[in-house]
Design a protein around this ligand. Structure first.
Ligand code: SR1
Ligand code: MG
Length: 391
């Protein structure tokens, strides 16, 4: 039948055709809840509240831009592949996937509308709590160890790398995160109060060279399968039966790349959430999250290490490897902060502040420090010192 773009009124029949909805049951109530930049999401719920499903479909363009920015819907294949890999090692940290329809680039998955997007919780003054960043750190360790040369035999790894190539989505990141904020580009925009700093960032040769290095690492360092877009809008949190729940979703930018990219994106978003809280004079636990996620990542990676498939990699190499991940994560945190303020796809954490300029300015300066001085930072306390120094 071929690829068809689903509208709200098509979803009930679609779910029946695909065997996800009892043919004898009443039609589900369907509503569109699309929120991210890229795709459409529908929720289909039984009228009696007994069950519900989410349907996520990739459009042949970037949803927020429309047909003027075409984008292959094959990104949904990458997302389905990533969920498949994560399901093997961290099934408790992703939504349940009920099926993938490659012809229509559509995933049918668990309805998580009882949970909340982490960014929304934070923007509304909520806390991370003790579990969120720990689980994110574990998530990155579990996925990256299993899909690295430590977790997979060499030939299987090469097959994974080949199957996970995702040129269009990588190109978005190479452009919007790892290039455009440092040159003139129509995607870039910023608050007029940041004109001077934005101009400085475009004419800073030291910053540019460091970003070029991070860009090249992103393009060439096939360490492990990544989520690829692990910001606080890609995490749902809440409680179920009294227990905390953390779910990572939206891995459509997944590819085999540098592990620090996933950690760095998460760190950037925690640091920006902290900038918001500070600007509002609100308390919170934002400032602990980089350390909590890094400690959890490192502990989990070390816990898995004895099971590595290639013991030529010795313990001293592990220390060196983790140091490299640390340093690169800081750099990626820096570029993510910068692009979210003077590049494309800004963050509501800052844009919804009564005056976004002072917090954005401090965040930009922190981003620059993380990029330029990443090799000098020996641990999370150095990040705290940098934040305190910027003031
Ligand atoms: C055109 S896509 C812009 C951004 O949205 C996604 O969530 C990624 O973060 C991407 O960089
Ligand atoms: Mg997304």
């Amino acid at each position: 039948m071929g690829y068809r773009i689903l509208e709200t009124e098509d979803v009930a029949d679609y779910l029946r055709e695909r065997g996800h909805w009892d043919p004898d049951a009443a039609d589900p109530q369907v509503r569109e809840v699309s929120d991210g930049n890229m795709n459409r999401v529908f929720l289909a719920s039984a009228a009696d509240g007994t069950h519900s499903l989410a349907v996520k479909q990739a459009l042949p363009w970037v949803r927020v831009a429309g047909p003027s920015w075409p984008m292959s819907p094959e990104r949904a294949d990458a997302e389905a592949r990533a969920y498949e890999q994560v399901a093997k090692v961290a099934p408790d940290k992703i939504p349940a996937i009920h099926g993938y329809d490659a012809e229509n680039y559509a995933l049918v998955m668990e309805d998580m509308s009882d949970l909340e997007v982490l960014r929304t919780v934070l923007n509304e003054g909520g806390r991370y709590g003790p579990d969120t960043s720990r689980r994110i750190g574990e998530f990155v360790a579990q996925l990256s160890f299993a899909t690295s040369d430590f977790g997979m035999p060499s030939a299987a790894r090469k097959a994974l790398i080949a199957a996970s190539v995702s040129p269009e989505l990588c190109k978005i990141t190479e452009d919007v995160v790892l290039c455009e904020p440092y040159v003139e580009h129509e995607h870039n925009h910023w608050h007029p109060g940041l004109d001077h700093l934005a101009a400085c960032f475009r004419s800073d040769p030291r910053l540019r060279t460091e970003v070029a290095e991070l860009r090249h690492t992103f393009m060439t360092s096939a360490q492990a399968l990544l989520h690829g877009d692990l910001h606080t809008g890609s995490v749902m949190v809440g409680t179920r039966e009294g227990a905390p729940v953390v779910r990572v979703f939206d891995p459509e930018f997944s590819f085999v790349g540098p592990i620090g990219f996933d950690l760095g994106l998460y760190w950037a978003n925690t640091l920006v959430s902290e900038a918001r809280a500070t600007a509002l004079g609100a308390g919170g636990d934002h400032g602990d999250q980089l350390r909590l996620s890094w400690d959890a990542f490192r502990a989990e990676f070390r816990r898995l290490w004895p099971a590595r498939v290639d013991t030529f990699f010795d313990d001293a190499f592990l220390d060196r490897f983790l140091d490299r991940v640390w340093t690169e994560s800081l750099g990626y945190a820096g570029v993510e902060i910068i692009r979210r303020i003077i590049g494309f796809a800004h963050l509501t954490d800052l844009t919804t502040l009564p005056d976004p300029v002072p917090a954005s300015r401090r965040a930009l300066l922190l981003g620059r420090e993380l990029v330029i001085r990443r090799a000098e930072f020996t641990g999370p306390e150095d990040v705290r010192t940098a934040i305190a120094t910027i003031g």
